[in-house]
Design a binder for this molecule. Structure first.
Ligand code: FNR
Length: 360
């Protein structure tokens, strides 16, 4: 169906399953993070009525010094070319058209130069990094992206261990020969998924001091991605970074990781002061305008979306990505108006709470 036939973010997923190749579908969908999604369904709104005229307004926001027309951004995700031959560049162009911010994955399938040169003037963009076991490679990459005019660094920290992505691995029963660093350096014929194949260079021994390593090679704002409890948000503040993304990597790393909306609710409940000290974002399982508004009301400055953008790019290319922005813009605006607000700053934490009678 053409792009106008798409009415929900989930429509892109439905069609992606039918039109993407097996490898792409399995890699994107892998570890589908059902909990991230179902957690949203445990939060309900407490709309206010008649409190103001909501016929005018906008849903602009700002996070880590970057303005965005919509309170959503494109989460950094590897390998957009698996879904569409033009890959990440489609996302860049769509983001430019809509005035939203894209996170470029260090494992992007288009080159950094291709992506950056697809921007319109003044288009803000973020670069996501995993630190390399070979630190000089990380140092020169940080210097390169800083000089190239990227606006923020996302430092992803939630995968010190490998993940068991069964769908991804099963889709690749190729029996690739993989060296095992054992006494005999023998070869294993264990099937590897895309996740394992592209992640081999990553340094898995990271500690808080490594934030200092990044700061040594860039003066850009740093956002730590993959934080999953209140204590670690506090440590992000201590580390002096400008942003934190509450995220469990779209559920792709560890089973029973907490849903980001629950982490956000805990943070809002127990440490409301921290929202003044650091910009808080979340990602994982966000599929509708109401999901977005719940997160905003609880204090998120913006929310990241990974899979829906990959699916929209996979089924309809740039047009699909733009259509997804349009769908979400409409849903967010309508949800907010029906809550009695027409600007993001008018949303309040008490407008959202766990299902059941509210105990304020
Ligand atoms: C990711 N994600 C990710 N994160 C990151 O920091 N670097 C990366 O290279 C990738 N790669 C990646 C590939 C694919 C296919 C997916 C689905 C995800 C995680 C991503 O940034 C984000 O945290 C989740 O995608 C958010 O969850 P939803 O929106 O996909 O439910």
């Amino acid at each position: 169906p053409n792009v106008e036939g798409m009415m929900l973010a989930d429509d892109f997923e439905y069609w992606a399953e039918r039109v993407l190749g097996d490898t792409a579908w399995a890699y994107y969908k892998s570890a589908a993070a059902k909990e991230n999604r179902s957690a949203f369904s445990r939060y309900f709104f407490r709309p206010r009525v008649l409190s103001r005229d909501v016929s005018q307004g906008n849903i602009e926001t700002e996070f880590v010094g970057m303005k965005s027309t919509l309170p959503i951004y494109i989460s950094p995700a590897a390998m957009a070319k698996l879904g569409h031959p033009l890959g990440e560049v489609n996302l860049t162009k769509a983001a430019g058209r809509w005035g939203i911010i894209q996170g470029i994955s260090i494992n992007a399938s288009c080159s950094l130069d291709e992506i950056l040169s697809s921007r319109i003037p003044n288009q803000k963009i973020m670069f996501q990094i995993y630190l390399n076991k070979n630190r000089s490679a990380s140092a020169s990459l940080l210097q390169k992206v800083t000089q190239a005019g990227v606006d923020a660094i996302i430092f992803t920290v939630d995968n010190p261990g490998n993940a068991k992505r069964t769908m991804d691995v099963r889709a690749k029963h190729s029996g690739l020969e993989v060296p095992i660093n054992g006494p005999n350096d023998r070869l294993s014929r264990a099937p590897m998924g895309i996740g394992e194949i592209i992640g081999g260079y990553q340094d898995r021994r990271l500690v808080w001091d490594d934030v200092g390593f990044i700061r040594k090679y860039t003066n850009l704002p740093i956002i730590i991605k993959g934080v999953q409890c209140i204590e670690d948000v506090e440590l992000c503040v201590k580390a002096g970074v400008q942003g934190v993304i509450l995220s469990n990597h779209g559920g792709r790393q560890v089973d029973y990781a907490p849903a980001p909306i629950d982490i956000l609710y805990e943070l809002r409940t127990y440490r409301p002061d921290l929202f003044e000290k650091i910009d808080v974002m979340i990602d994982g399982g966000i599929r509708s305008g109401s999901d977005v508004v719940k997160a905003l009301a609880l204090g998120a400055k913006a929310v990241g979306i990974g899979r829906s953008f990959l699916y929209a790019n996979g089924t309809h290319g740039q047009e699909g990505v733009e259509r997804l922005c349009e769908i979400l813009e409409e849903e967010i605006t309508n949800t907010m108006r029906n809550m009695g607000v027409s600007y993001i700053h008018q949303l309040r934490p008490e407008m959202v709470g766990p299902a059941g009678p509210w105990v304020g």
